[in-house]
Design a protein around this ligand. Structure first.
Ligand code: SAH
Ligand code: SF4
Ligand code: F3S
Length: 471
């Protein structure tokens, strides 16, 4: 198999920019500024992709607006991870028939991970005639061409051919937040966990060149970013496909060495490839947040094997023990799936005991959702839905108790936080570990690091007050 990544050339990108120019000229002739709305579902990878969609739209003359009603272009950037996520999209897509009836010239696009599934694109072709264009993640770099074809030919466009995946540098981005930025360091996934659709819709793992990532981070920091979150489905395998010899820890260390006041976060780490070098690198740099999202998925080694995760309970616990030993202040979060096909009551109890042993700050908890085309979807699954719901509720109750206790232990502590916004009458800030703190102060502090003393806690968040100490 050819595993070399296709790099989209400058000439190919220039051709897309030429389409942006054609679209701008089209609206100039129409005599008004068009508007566009991008709705994002799913993970940060999709958030980062939406910034590129908005970048292209801005370059084509569109003003980005906050609702679909009346917008000239609506883009739904979708997630396929669970059945429920897809149902929501189809529901919202159905509702767009009404906005389009009120604004018949509106052009509607569906992209993202769902667009990479044949069953979805077939359904769009057949049952959603108001959708003008559908393109998978592999074709995002061609969005101006797709949009222009819809505008100029008045024909529906489907760019859904499956591909191993490419890398396109230089797509313009309109970022949601200048203070906190996402930077994709790699795309796709090679792990094929048996329950997961991502490798099928996002293609093979491919890393961006280190120099391109460093240049992007440098530019973000110079423009005021205080937090940079590096993104990839499995950041620990960064660099494996590059000619240059560089791994994720090397990359982290080089970003941390850039001048400026900022904090680096990253997600997601796969326990299979995480190790001492990563944790030592984190421990060594004050610019790398002592926060780790390390999905474990199940506490049972048998289930982990059936999931094709390539680690067992012991190896996971060993990793956590080492990480905590070099970073005692580490904030740990994780993902877990309840009700994987064939999970027994005893195996579920192993998940509970792992949570109690590790004591996560918070957990993202999911009930197994069969995805067409993945191996787990055709595994025997005798556990009734009610039983899975019961396990799920019990898991959440145990975790909520732990989160509450951990949050309580923050009370009285003074921590350096990034003041990042407002929530009603409060200002919001994030601790280095990523915990949310609400407090009352002058909005002039937004965008700065401040010491905050925690005065109260709930299961989900903290309250505090400005401390009399310079950050
Ligand atoms: N690449 C990341 C996970 C990305 S998907 C990693 O490997 O850690 C985010 C989470 O969704 C996964 O960690 C998993 O817990 C959950 N998930 C993925 N597929 C699922 C499915 N079919 N049913 C239920 N949860 C699922
Ligand atoms: Fe899915 Fe596994 Fe890849 Fe994560 S590592 S995206 S869970 S296949
Ligand atoms: Fe969803 Fe795709 Fe992310 S399936 S979780 S948006 S990679």
């Amino acid at each position: 198999m050819n595993t070399k990544t296709t790099v989209i050339s400058q000439a190919q990108l220039d051709a897309q920019f030429a389409f942006c120019d054609k679209i701008s000229a089209y609206w100039l002739r129409e005599g008004r500024t068009p508007t566009a709305y991008v709705e994002t579902y799913g993970c940060q990878q999709n958030e980062a992709d939406s910034e590129k969609l908005r970048g292209y739209l801005a370059q084509s003359g569109y003003t980005v607006v906050q609702e679909a009603e009346g917008a000239d272009v609506v883009v739904m950037n979708t997630c396929a991870i669970r059945e429920h996520a897809e149902q929501r999209v189809f529901g919202n897509l159905g509702a767009l028939t009404h906005t389009k009836r009120r604004h018949p010239a509106q052009k509607i696009f569906l992209c993202g991970c769902m667009a990479g599934e044949t069953k979805v694109s077939d359904r769009i072709k057949k049952s959603y005639p108001h959708v003008d264009g559908c393109f998978s993640t592999h074709h995002l770099w061609q969005f101006p061409e797709i949009l222009w074809n819809v505008l100029s030919k008045g024909k529906r466009q489907f760019y859904i051919e499956d591909e191993p995946g490419s890398i396109a540098e230089g797509i313009p981005q309109v970022r949601d937040n200048t203070l906190k930025a996402w930077v994709s360091i790699m795309y796709g996934c090679n792990n094929f966990c048996t329950y997961c659709i991502v490798p099928y819709v996002r293609g093979r793992e491919r890393s961006r060149k280190k120099e391109d990532i460093l240049a992007e981070c440098r530019c973000l920091i110079e423009n005021g970013a205080k937090e940079i979150t590096l993104l990839g489905q499995n950041v620990n395998s960064y660099g494996k496909d590059l000619d240059e010899s560089v791994d994720f820890s090397d990359l982290l260390a080089e970003i941390a060495a850039l001048p400026g006041e900022f904090l680096i976060r990253f997600m997601t780490s796969h326990p299979r490839d995480a190790g001492k070098k990563l944790f030592d690198t984190m421990a060594a740099s004050p610019k790398i947040a002592k926060q780790l999202h390390l999905p474990f998925q199940s506490g049972s080694s048998r289930v982990l094997k059936a999931m094709n995760r390539h680690y067992d309970r012991e190896k996971y616990l060993e990793l956590v023990r080492y990480a905590k030993s070099v970073m005692p202040e580490l904030v740990l979060t994780s993902d877990v799936i309840v009700g994987f096909p064939g999970e027994t009551e005893e195996e579920f109890e192993e998940t509970i005991s792992l949570i109690q042993e590790v004591r996560y700050d918070s957990l993202f908890t999911f009930i197994f959702s069969p995805r067409v085309g993945t191996p787990a979807a055709s595994m025997d699954d005798p556990t009734p839905k009610e039983e899975k719901n019961r396990r799920f509720d019990r898991l959440c109750a145990v975790q909520n108790g732990i989160s509450e206790e951990i949050h309580e232990s923050y009370v009285g502590k003074t921590m350096r936080c990034l003041v990042d916004g407002t929530d009603k009458e409060y200002l919001t800030a994030r601790t280095e570990g990523g915990r949310l703190v609400r407090f009352t102060a002058d909005p002039k502090y937004i965008g700065t690091y401040q010491f905050i003393t925690v005065t109260g806690s709930t299961t989900w968040s903290l309250t505090g007050e400005l401390a009399d100490k310079e950050a």
